[in-house]
Design a protein around this ligand. Structure first.
Ligand SMILES: [Zn+2]
Length: 314
């Protein structure tokens, strides 16, 4: 058995896995502002609780894999800096091994989610895969020839910051025109808000008033009901998604592109026009088209990927 942990800015999930099946898991709030020591203490208590609940003892567990956002030193098992948590130089691996003397592997959270989909989700039938996660930003993970692609020192795959528009919208990274400033769910919500204000009779505006805000869910409710403003917005959004995905296809020529994040719940309403546009935009047409599908593990992808880090660690 092995343990997979997904440390996010809002929640931490600790899972016990037998092969790739999650036997049991617990999710706690992160509260990163409490400081790294307190948060890691809570994570250690949760690991113990998950071990107890699964009826296992320490000798049954081969290792602990951890996915975490931020700049990591994987060989030392430290978080060098995490913007999400406001942490610097946190000796995560040491602090966990002090309580649980097991091999501990650390990897960034986006790579763990991609690895999870690759070993046990939609990507399991392909030996090369790029996962693209559309959420607050756009994240990704790349697996090639059964290897996690990390670049020179683990900072590859920052695909949300591919350039879409020269001198375009200001991105959260400080550069202008990044893909995620156009194709993320945050960008979609921002554009929807402007459209709703310009079109007071639209369903977008009604749903915004009803729910007190626009979000991924109610925007797609308006799209499904063929609201004119929402459909215009959707066409533009799919175009932005497809432009970035096409660049990924051109660089990596992968067998599969797996779409993750909350937006993947929308399924074919996104996939069908996305496939159509990527085919249209791709150099030489169909010759380089990958399979484009949605992720299937949801928020368990991170713990499944983390639990597999022993086989994908260099
Ligand atoms: Zn950027």
């Amino acid at each position: 058995m092995r343990i997979g942990i997904d440390i996010g800015g809002t929640t931490v999930t600790v899972g016990m896995l037998d092969d790739n099946s999650v036997i049991n898991k617990e999710t706690i709030k992160t509260y990163p502002k409490d400081g790294a020591d307190k948060v890691i203490k809570r994570i250690n208590l949760t690991i113990q609780s998950v071990i107890d609940q699964s009826g296992a003892c320490l000798s049954d567990i081969s290792h602990i894999g951890i996915g975490c956002a931020g700049m990591l030193d994987r060989s030392r098992g430290t978080i060098i800096y995490s913007n999400n948590f406001g942490w610097k130089n946190v000796l995560l691996k040491d602090k966990i091994q002090k309580v649980f003397p097991l091999p501990v592997y650390l990897e960034n959270d986006a790579n763990c989610a991609a690895l999870g989909e690759y070993v046990a989700g939609t990507g399991k039938d392909y030996n090369s895969m790029v996962m693209v996660t559309f959420g607050t930003g756009i994240g990704g993970g790349i697996i090639f020839d059964d290897k996690l692609f990390r670049g020179n020192n683990g900072f590859s795959s920052i695909i949300g910051h591919l350039l879409l528009v020269t001198d375009g919208e200001l991105c959260t990274c400080g550069r202008k025109g990044c893909w995620e400033a156009y194709g993320s769910v945050n960008a979609l919500v921002k554009d929807a808000g402007e459209l709703a204000d310009q079109n007071p009779d639209s369903m977008l505006k009604k749903l915004s008033d009803r729910d007190g805000e626009l979000n991924g869910k109610n925007i797609f409710e308006a799209i499904r009901q063929n609201d004119k403003a929402a459909c215009e917005l959707f066409s533009k959004f799919i175009h932005y998604m497809a432009e970035g995905v096409t660049d990924i296809v051109h660089v990596f020529n992968p067998q599969s592109i797996i779409i993750g994040g909350g937006i993947s719940e929308q399924g074919e309403i996104i996939l069908e026009p996305l496939r159509e546009l990527v085919l249209k935009y791709t150099y030489c047409g169909a010759t380089t088209m990958p399979v484009i599908k949605t992720a299937s593990l949801g928020n368990e992808a991170g713990i499944v990927g983390a639990a597999n880090l022993d086989k994908y660690h260099d």
